[in-house]
Design a protein around this ligand. Structure first.
Ligand SMILES: C[S@@+](CC[C@H](N)C(=O)[O-])C[C@H]1O[C@@H](n2cnc3c(N)ncnc32)[C@H](O)[C@@H]1O
Ligand SMILES: [Mg+2]
Length: 250
């Protein structure tokens, strides 16, 4: 890895190094992310289309857009962005994720630039993007404000960041830790540290502190009857997502 690694929490990254081989196993440790994917992709694509005036029914609606998937894991979000025509960089602090993501993209006939690096190192190198996907990462970093500030630097003026994480309250402890790790055993015990979860108001404050304008927030809600996820305007009690923009002219 290149230069600064200040916002990387090595113990958090080690958890993902240990699970790297399982990224594309829909029944494996990343089952919750696979189950969430249609729902979160609906949100991400509609936010990007709205910000950049794109028609999602077009053949390659994101053509000409440069998108960074920071904390890309195995590329569960990078791949659909590339399919929509975007020029995608996927970056992750866990080295073992990168070959897993690369091989899967190759097998899928997709050209994605996967790199073992950090937001800080990309920012130091002067890289800039139209959109940054920052999904389920901020609860795993050492210093959320510095990390989000690096992510802001990575956006072009007028660029969009979509950032999701997990709320911090008794219900999120029951659902994301007791439910997902201990009862369903979707994730290894200890994957999430409840104290690192962030409330939506705290995340909006952090985003503003990083110099971004938060413009939207929605909940991702798991429905155990339909075994599916949906978007909610009101229920941000466990999983949620935000959209924010870098002011133009900066
Ligand atoms: C829960 S996974 C989310 C993966 C992907 N964003 C998704 O939603 O499908 C979190 C990922 O963030 C990575 N990560 C953790 N800390 C990071 C950091 N400081 N910089 C970049 N990636 C990081 C981990 O290695 C892991 O792949
Ligand atoms: Mg997480």
């Amino acid at each position: 890895m290149s230069t600064a690694t200040s916002t990387v929490d090595p113990s958090e990254v080690a958890k993902f190094e240990a699970m790297a081989a399982e990224w594309w196993d829909t029944q494996g440790k990343f089952k919750p992310l696979h189950m969430m994917n249609p729902c979160r992709l609906g949100y991400i694509t509609s936010q990007i289309a709205a910000e950049f005036g794109r028609d999602l029914s077009a053949k390659a609606p994101f053509e000409g857009l440069r998108i960074l998937d920071i904390g890309c894991g195995g590329g569960l979000l990078s791949e659909p962005m590339a399919r929509l025509g975007a020029d995608v960089v996927g970056a992750d602090a866990a080295e073992r994720n990168i070959p897993v993501a690369r091989i899967h993209a190759e097998q899928s006939g997709l050209d994605i630039d996967y790199r073992h690096t950090t937001a800080e190192a990309l920012a130091d190198a002067g890289e800039q993007f139209d959109a940054v996907l920052n999904m389920e990462v901020v609860e795993h970093v050492a210093d959320p404000l510095s990390y989000l500030t690096a992510c802001r630097t990575l956006l072009k003026p007028g660029g969009l960041m979509v950032c999701s994480t997990i709320n911090r309250n008794p219900k999120s402890y029951m659902m994301a830790i007791i439910g997902a790790e201990h009862i369903m055993r979707w994730l290894p015990k200890g994957t999430h540290d409840w104290s690192k979860f962030i409330t939506p108001d705290e995340l909006f404050d952090l985003l503003r502190g990083a110099g971004l304008d938060p413009v939207d927030r929605k909940g991702f809600v798991f429905n155990p009857l339909g075994w599916s996820w949906s978007i909610s305007d009101k229920d941000l009690s466990v999983n949620y997502v935000t959209a924010s923009v870098k002011p133009a002219g900066e």
